[in-house]
Write a protein of this length. Sequence first.
Length: 556
Amino acid sequence: MRPWECFLLAISALPFATFAENGTALPVVDLGYERYRAASFNQSGGFYNFSNIRYGAPATGDLRFRAPQSPAINRSTIHDGSNGRICPQAYPKWLALESAFIPSYLAGIPFNGSLDLSDYQYTPTPVDPRTDEDCLFLDILVPKQVYDSARMQKKYRGAPVLVWIYGGGYAFGDKTTQTGAPGLIERSRQDGSEGVIYLSFNYRLGAFGWLAGPTFSKSGTPNAGLLDQQLALKWVQKYINLFGGDPDRVTVFGESAGGGSILHHITAYGGMEEPAPFQQALLQSPGFLPLPQKSRQEQVFNQFLSLLNVSTIDEARKLPSETLTQTNAYHIGEFSYYGDFNYGPAVDGTFVPALPGQLLQRGDFHKNIKVMVGSNSDEGLLFILPTAFNESGYQQYLQDNLPGLTEDTRQYISETLYPPIFNGNFGYTNGLERGALTLSDLAFQCNTFYVNRAFGDKTYAYRFSIPPGVHAEDLPYTFYNGPNPAVANATAALILQDYITTFTKTGVPTSSLGPPFEEYGRDKTVLNFGSELIMTTLDPAASERCRWWQQAVYAH
């Protein structure tokens, strides 16, 4: 390159000031490997939005289906975050039946459609134009006061950081799905403090992030999606101070697959590796299907290769991105059992040496973490076969989602743990409620009990029971940002946000609007959000059912 060309290149990369519409200069943060200018300044919220910051190298070509790598150095330009990315997504066809059946059921209206899943056809979802395999990016919302303080005060401690991991069955979702983050930032400043920094990131989904099994492991990395998350969390530890954040006050929170992911980070490597890259965790409806059997992992892997018409994962790496994206969507869309998404965390012998519940019971987890958990009153309804109203449908669910059950174990589940007795004494009054409770315990609710128990009951636990209390019903409350038809009680939303943000700042959830939030304690209490009252009650997950599921006897 000629000297004058070098000079022009250098001039083009200089951080000349760029301004938001209100005249506020947009700052540039130098990460060493790349430089990023804030994409915008939110005047009403008083925060900068740094968008689409790369935290991982493109997981394409030979890096497909492997552990993520750190980004390469690229200082030729200043990125403005204008190029949004999401990872390839997929949706199972059973969502069509769920979305038709559930509203009728909750309204008490007879459902006139078909309950046979084979009557529903897989229909490809239009691909979001942001979809790209090169999707390991994150977003940061930084209060201006925090950003300025970090530059003006030599001994500035840094603001607490709230890191969001989205849910979506490990098959869909992205860092931008919850647009109510400004509400959390605003609520975090109610006490007159600078507030919290909010960060969210993408991680690989479906086959791209969650293939597993003995054959795949020979040339691929199981749980690549978890490793994406781990890389992002380590990025926070290394770089968040440049935005005014305190790496020693990081709270990671997530719902459903996000909460289930956090559970796996708490138990990562059986707690034997370096400390967890966060100090606090809020697990909301932590969900995943706990299936440690290698046979199920092999089945999913071989099915994916067959649909691609290849024999090895190395051959799959050479296929066009469009082919992989379409096949992943079809695989999840057409072949997922009702309530399942084909993919999710798998026992791999390293990052996930055993099921999290087992690791927690053994004491094999990261213990120096403050924990808060949340669950909803009816986690399982959205994921249980509608035909579970009758006994054959209930047994079909057990067969589909718990393969390899012995006859004795199947009978114990269906006759002792969840007997077909509908007088309300067992927590249900019909077959569908029975199925929903079974699934809720297996995949969601008991996970919170395992965590509370492992941390010596010195945790904070809430239960969201505002009707209908189904899975994800607390998300609009968590991300409340003004009037919302999904929020029946705005005060309850503000109280929940208070608990979340004060926990982030101090490790103890409090609210001037709500009651004291007591520790889980020996009495196994949770703070229940009802339609009219928020009050302490006994944890329904503190049961013999959950103690039995934690043993994973069904998987032996």
